[in-house]
Design a protein. Structure first.
Length: 245
């Protein structure tokens, strides 16, 4: 507890799943927290669940030009920023022949382009030291059918963690990544998976269960805290052993 006292944090996509749980953990550790999201109802629900001290920022992660407004809101609300958890993203799966330019661009805009320009917009606000954590995926390592575009977006984000860690460390900004496997979030329902499909998915995981959002959130807290002060440009895989198969 209190590992993030007097720190300010921004969680993108902070209204459900991993993002919401991470915002909860940040608050429990003493941080002042802002979250972004597209859905006004979901943003208001997050405020009710986490408390009125939560700074709510309506934002579309795929709107690159809109990231400057997010930075402006952080500047007005917090003044400076200690922690950025880039969690917002979309998962679209389709065979190669089903992709068109519009859906391709939507995935890359949301999962890579928007986050890239948010980091750029926030640069003047980062404290020294500060921590950036990127939520990537084991799909950047696995040759999973129908994941060509999604895996590529997450692979680009993982590469960004490595390159920016070298570029920004002189400014006191550490960049690290978490590559998640199957985590029990609303995502799978949105993808149309039922109970039998979820059970089949669990059977493919060596740990024989889905991960919990709290297991990712606790790892993000470690990267955000001073406990990981010597951890730079790393990737932590949280997937129950799935990528080892």
């Amino acid at each position: 507890m209190n590992r993030l006292n007097n720190k300010t944090a921004l969680v993108t996509g902070g209204t459900s799943g991993i993002g919401l749980e991470t915002a909860r953990e940040f608050l429990a550790e003493g941080a002042r927290v802002a979250v972004t999201g597209r859905n006004p109802a979901a943003l208001e629900a997050a405020r009710k669940e986490l408390g009125d001290e939560l700074l709510i920022i309506p934002s579309d992660a795929g709107d690159a030009s809109g990231q400057k407004k997010v930075a402006e809101t952080i500047g007005k609300g917090f003044g400076r920023l200690d922690i950025l958890f880039l969690n917002a993203g979309i998962v679209e799966m389709a065979p190669l022949e089903a992709w068109d330019e519009g859906t391709f661009d939507r995935s890359f805009n949301t999962n890579f382009k928007g986050p890239f320009f948010l980091i750029q917009s926030l640069l003047p606000l980062f404290n020294n030291p500060a921590s950036i954590v990127l939520m990537t995926s084991i799909n950047s390592h696995l040759g999973m059918p129908n994941s060509s575009v999604y895996g590529a977006t997450k692979g680009a984000l993982l590469t960004l963690a490595r390159t920016l860690s070298g570029e920004l460390i002189s400014r006191g900004i550490r960049v690290n990544a978490i590559s998640g496997g199957p985590i029990a979030t609303p995502l799978y329902r949105k993808l149309g998976m039922g109970e039998s499909e979820l059970k089949a998915l669990e059977g493919q995981i060596p740990a024989k269960r889905l991960g919990r959002p709290s297991e990712v959130a606790e790892a993000v807290v470690f990267f955000a805290s001073d406990e990981s002060a010597f951890t730079v440009g790393s990737e932590l895989v949280i997937d129950g052993g799935m990528s080892n198969l």
